[in-house]
Design a protein around this ligand. Structure first.
Ligand code: GAL
Length: 344
């Protein structure tokens, strides 16, 4: 009797896990591990509060009051399924808020299903009270030829976002990109142009819906995946090389103003596999609310065979000799930023 029960239980568990996998809905590997909800585990499976794997690649985070919103590419095995949004109060546990911007059912739309909406970032415009999303748009069936920036807008951080337009900023190709809002409310679009050889910066219009003609070349070093942040009056930019989904060496630049001049500071990563960004590629640097000089480096460890199964690397930025560095840590929590050793 006991044997039967054990066998049945074992079989039930196995069948349970197989059907959970095939439906794409999974339960935490170890739901009793409370620690998973109180620390970051770079490169490991990361589940939302409903027990589903977080699907928000090439993403960025917006903080509004005590809530963080994580936007990222919703991926099937390869196909783009729009922009997902999650919310969190603590940065460890994320609640799924749905698809903030789905591809359009209208085949004539720029964002018709089958297009690519990559590296979405959302910023809040204090003057208009709107949430503005920019993303890298590739038109359906054209591979990476279109090289456009796409813009969408919403009244609430969770959307729904309304698609506004897409364009090449000031005529320049625009692929990997990021957004940055300065202390004075001026917003910028940092983007890979000219077949990714150039990295450019464009100041946005006051409503953040388009690029102004204030648009300059920052440097020409074949870089992408830009993540711009500011601390202590300095602007920092982390970028990757251009090797598609494969990881490569990261670069750090510093400047006194958004348009530069930008000075190279080398590779900010340290630790095992640092020269390949720990197998990842930068996407955003997240300022942690209420903590001085507390930033989280966010990267994607892409799985080109199954893009939705790409993993997230979130690591603390440390300031060594005044410069940001990112050390590999297999596990850490926000208490890290309280340690005096943070500034070495
Ligand atoms: C990477 C880029 C990704 C995606 C990929 C496609 O270089 O950073 O966002 O576009 O290429 O191969």
């Amino acid at each position: 009797m006991r044997v039967y029960l054990l066998v049945a239980l074992g079989l039930g568990l196995r069948i349970g896990s197989i059907s959970a996998q095939s439906s794409g809905v999974s339960t935490p590997a170890n739901p009793t591990d409370k620690d998973k909800n109180r620390s970051f585990h770079p490169g490991e499976l990361w589940y939302d509060t409903a027990g589903d794997l977080i699907n928000a690649h090439g993403g960025g985070v917006l903080q509004m009051g005590s809530t963080y919103y994580w936007y990222g590419e919703k991926r099937a095995q390869h196909q783009e399924e729009g922009v997902n949004v999650y919310s969190s109060q603590d940065l460890y546990t994320w609640q799924y808020q749905g698809v903030a911007l789905p591809p359009s059912a209208d085949p004539q739309s720029d964002i018709a299903a089958g297009c690519l909406m990559e590296r979405p970032k959302v910023i809040y415009n204090k003057k208009t009270g709107k949430y503005v999303m920019w993303f890298h748009l590739e038109l359906k069936g054209q591979g990476y030829k279109a090289a456009r920036a796409g813009v969408a807008v919403a009244d609430k951080p969770t959307g729904p976002f309304r698609y506004v337009s897409s364009f090449r900023p000031n005529g320049h190709m625009s692929r990997d990109m990021g957004l940055f809002v300065d202390d004075d409310g001026a917003a910028y679009h940092v983007y890979s142009a000219r077949e990714n050889y150039d990295l450019r910066l464009a100041r946005l219009s006051p409503d953040y819906l388009t690029a102004t003609a204030q648009d300059s070349l920052l440097f020409s070093k074949h870089q992408e995946a830009p993540a711009l942040f500011k601390t202590g009056g300095k602007y920092y930019l982390i970028t990757s090389g251009c090797t598609g989904w494969d990881p490569n060496q990261a670069s750090l630049h510093v400047a006194d103003a958004p348009f530069g001049p930008w000075k190279p500071l080398g590779d900010p990563m340290t630790g095992p596999n640092a020269h390949l960004t720990f197998g990842g590629q930068s996407t955003y640097v997240l300022p942690v609310a209420g903590k001085k000089d507390a930033f989280i480096f966010m990267a994607d460890r892409w799985n080109p065979k199954d893009l939705k199964d790409s993993r997230y690397l979130w690591l603390p930025v440390q300031f060594k000799e005044g410069h940001p560095t990112v050390d590999w840590l297999p596990q850490w929590n926000l208490g890290f930023f309280n340690k005096p050793t943070k500034q070495l």
